[in-house]
Design a protein around this ligand. Structure first.
Ligand SMILES: Cc1cc2nc3c(=O)[nH]c(=O)nc-3n(C[C@H](O)[C@H](O)[C@H](O)COP(=O)(O)OP(=O)(O)OC[C@H]3O[C@@H](n4cnc5c(N)ncnc54)[C@H](O)[C@@H]3O)c2cc1C
Length: 449
């Protein structure tokens, strides 16, 4: 329970994360200055000076709790999210998705901030005052000057400017019988799953990649193709053998069924500690999502694969959160600087707002001398926060997905659960866990007026 009036907090960036963080603080009696550079300085994607501008689609994805994004909404609603209440109030028909009228959505968010007494300040922040409680939530298009400041605070190699992520798939949807486990030349602990392709299947994959539909990049994203970050379809276009001498090279990988190297190999690398997710090594791509599903399911062992996240290549400023961020969103080594939103490696409007919510709650708790707010790993919020703050080799930004939840208990001799049954089991466990965490902490759901 919070008992005193707080000092002021600076929140930088009036996007999805910043507005949510500011609201969560202000409704708990904290004085908030919300600093936003638009319209004085525009990003390449925003068109207005509105708070919480949706830069692309008007959809917050699925609103059914049997989908991880739907459960995340449910949890955020319980925590009084401003972004969710504004979205609910301005929804437009779109089946099972939560989609909004973007102008009315921005109206609602701005009205909420005003009502809560958030002070709006126009200007580009270029230096972080580490003595002043500050949440930096400047998003995937953080201004250049502030990006340099973040590099200074976190180390140059810890700030990324592009997200070129390969698709990530659920391990349980792979046909393991068609794959074999091995590391190249037997080095390492055999951490890779390998999908062998013969000459005909390799040739077909190259043809399919070249012919598949691509997403059109924004002008500001075209500089992304430095070597080492080339989409798989572009490599395929450079010649029929390019992939076989690149990410699909078969050397050093003995196929136990033939005792030989295959014509080409697609490798899958473990993505999370629980081995529930694997990524397709070297398959960063600009292909459209339907094209990715169609083409990648032609790879042996992937015929029925379910995707936790499809490949993306886009401009995205984000830090290496697994090394830099506490689950409370406090920057490691700092006492008063929190980061939130897409900047910490969550992906999407909803997930960015969630991250702002977690940072806002934790700053409020910290100012009040209350314990940290860290949601259980098996909730939608907790699973995503745990993912972005758990050490891992190659960090890829992530959206809410069941694949991030701890594995379900295995019932010896029990039937193998189907996709729906697994979702139902995750949902039941998550709800129980969320209630057990939140119910004794009424400050989370019903802050004092
Ligand atoms: C082109 C593009 C399209 C996207 N499309 C989608 C989509 O369709 N669906 C989806 O779910 N996600 C999408 N995303 C991803 C992402 O979820 C959104 O960008 C989301 O808005 C991120 O929320 P945020 O609060 O972290 O950042 P933002 O919403 O971008 O908010 C950050 C704010 O900080 C401000 N700012 C930046 N630097 C400074 C500074 N130095 N001082 C003061 N203010 C500053 C910016 O002007 C901005 O208002 C897209 C991203 C991009 C770049």
């Amino acid at each position: 329970m919070i008992e005193r009036m707080f000092d002021s907090v600076t929140v930088v960036g009036a996007g999805l994360a910043g507005c949510e963080a500011a609201w969560q603080l202000a409704r708990r009696g904290v004085r908030v200055r919300l600093v936003e550079m638009r319209p004085l300085v525009m990003t390449p994607a925003h068109h207005t000076s509105r708070a919480a501008e949706l830069v692309c689609t008007n959809s917050f994805k699925s609103d059914v709790p049997e989908v991880a994004a739907g459960l995340l909404k449910e949890e955020m609603r319980r925590l009084g999210s401003l972004v969710l209440s504004a979205a609910d109030a301005t929804r437009v028909p779109s089946g099972q998705d939560l989609s909004v009228d973007r102008e009315r959505f921005a109206d609602r968010v701005e009205a909420g901030l005003l009502e809560a007494g958030v002070e709006r300040v126009a200007g580009e922040l270029t230096a972080v005052d580490t003595e002043q409680p500050t949440i930096v939530a400047t998003g995937p298009l953080t201004s250049d000057a502030l990006a340099r400041e973040l590099q200074r605070l976190t180390g140059a190699s810890n700030l990324h400017f592009y997200d070129a992520a390969a698709p990530i798939v659920f391990a349980e949807s792979l046909d393991q019988g068609e794959l074999f486990r091995a590391s190249r030349y037997g080095k390492g602990a055999g951490n890779y799953l390998n999908a062998p392709l013969d000459r005909a299947r390799y040739g077909q994959l190259v043809t399919d990649l070249v012919a598949a539909e691509q997403v059109v990049l924004h002008d500001f994203e075209r500089t992304m193709w430095f070597e080492g970050c080339i989409p798989i379809e572009e490599m395929a276009r450079r010649g029929p053998e390019t992939l076989r001498y690149g990410p699909l090279k078969p050397i050093g990988l003995d196929d136990p069924r033939t005792g030989r190297w295959a014509h080409a190999i697609v490798q899958l690398r473990q993505e999370d500690a629980a081995a529930g997710l694997y990524n397709l090594v070297g398959f960063q791509t600009n292909l459209s999502w339907p094209a990715q599903r169609r083409v990648f399911r032609t790879i042996p062992g992937l015929a029925h694969v379910e995707f936790a996240r499809l490949g993306v290549m886009h401009r995205n400023t984000f830090i290496r959160s697994p090394d830099l961020l506490h689950p409370t969103h406090l920057l490691r080594g700092s006492a008063r600087t929190w980061l939130a939103g897409q900047l910490v490696g969550v992906e999407g409007y909803l997930e960015s707002a969630m991250s702002g919510l977690v940072a806002g709650l934790n700053v409020a708790a910290s100012l009040a001398g209350s314990p940290e707010i860290v949601f259980p790993d098996d909730t939608a919020i907790g699973s995503l926060v745990r993912y972005i703050t758990t050490p891992q080799k190659l960090f890829a930004p992530m959206n809410a997905t069941w694949g991030l939840f701890p594995p379900l208990p295995v019932i010896q001799g029990g039937p193998r659960l189907g996709k729906r049954e697994r979702a139902a089991a995750h949902l039941a466990r998550a709800r129980a866990s969320f209630d057990a965490y939140v119910d004794p902490r009424d400050w989370l759901t019903a802050p004092p007026a």
